[in-house]
Write a protein that binds this ligand. Structure first.
Ligand code: KIV
Length: 271
């Protein structure tokens, strides 16, 4: 079987030019990355959503660079043909430009990421330029940026009024001018997702940003229905893993307690 070509920054730019949708999905571990890659996902994002999806934090704010390097490295071991993007966690790039370059470097050098993602527009310009100077591709992220939760006053849709929408459009153009190869647009009205996508020549990848972005990203645990109590409007369920896991655990508990497992079919014989 021939391997599909490796997805690079150039591939994603070409996909936008040719009108081919970019499929991005988060992963935080080796087996999930293998399955996603075999399925043909274009970009695997080791998101700081790992904090909520896997580590049990209430927000993404406590996630550390060590945790991101650890999970990025696990995903990199799958050697994906998909592009591997490592997310920069809160306070790994906000305090100083040199911190930002060092931490982006850790995601690439120790984690095996091929690009990094960071949240924010204009105020991140010096940081983005410095990371690019270190030859690390940068994916921008604007709109509902979860690391700014306290400043935004909650997880609210952004850019609803015309002034806020214009500001986000300007931020997107600035990210393009800085040299970002792609922009994640999160939690904005679909009309704004479309406006930004038409205004920039780099690909946009939406999450809660409507159908007109160049691509789509979703948190893997959300689309698999690991925790169906978390059901925001922008999530589509493709499986009900949480329910299947609970049913399997329940069946196992009953089998062991009632002596059905292990039976001789699942035991070794001396003969
Ligand atoms: O952390 C993450 O998974 C993300 C995506 C939702 C874009 O930032």
């Amino acid at each position: 079987m021939t391997q599909r070509p490796k997805i690079t920054v150039q591939t994603l730019l070409d996909m936008k030019r040719r009108g081919r949708k970019i499929v991005m999905l988060t992963a935080y571990d080796y087996p999930t990355a293998l399955i996603e890659d075999r399925a043909g996902v274009d970009v695997i994002l080791v998101g700081d959503s790992v904090g909520m999806a896997v580590l049990g934090y209430e927000t993404t704010i406590p996630v550390t660079i060590e945790e991101m390097v650890h999970h990025t490295r696990a995903v990199a071991r799958a050697r994906p043909r998909a592009m591997l993007v490592g997310d920069m966690p809160f306070m790994s790039y906000q305090a100083s430009v040199s911190d930002a370059v060092r931490n982006a470097g850790r995601l690439v050098k120790e984690g095996g990421a091929e690009a990094v993602k960071l949240e924010g527009g204009k105020r991140m310009e010096p940081v983005i330029r410095a990371i690019l100077d270190a030859a690390i591709p940068v994916m921008g992220h604007i709109g509902l940026t979860p690391q700014s939760l306290h400043q935004l006053g909650g997880y609210r849709v952004q850019g609803r009024d015309p002034a806020a929408a214009d500001l986000l459009l300007e931020e997107a153009k600035l990210l393009e001018a800085c040299g970002c190869f792609c922009i994640v647009i999160e939690g904005v009205p679909w009309q704004l997702g479309q406006r930004i996508t038409e205004a920039v020549s780099i690909p946009t990848v939406g999450i809660g940003a409507g159908p007109h972005c160049d691509g789509q990203v979703i948190v893997v645990n959300d689309m698999l229905g690991v925790n169906e109590e978390f059901a925001p409007r922008f999530v589509k369920l493709y499986a009900h893993l949480g329910k299947q896991m609970a049913d399997a655990f329940d069946a196992y508990i009953r089998d062991v307690r009632e002596g059905r497992f292990p039976d001789l079919d699942h035991s070794y014989s001396a003969e």
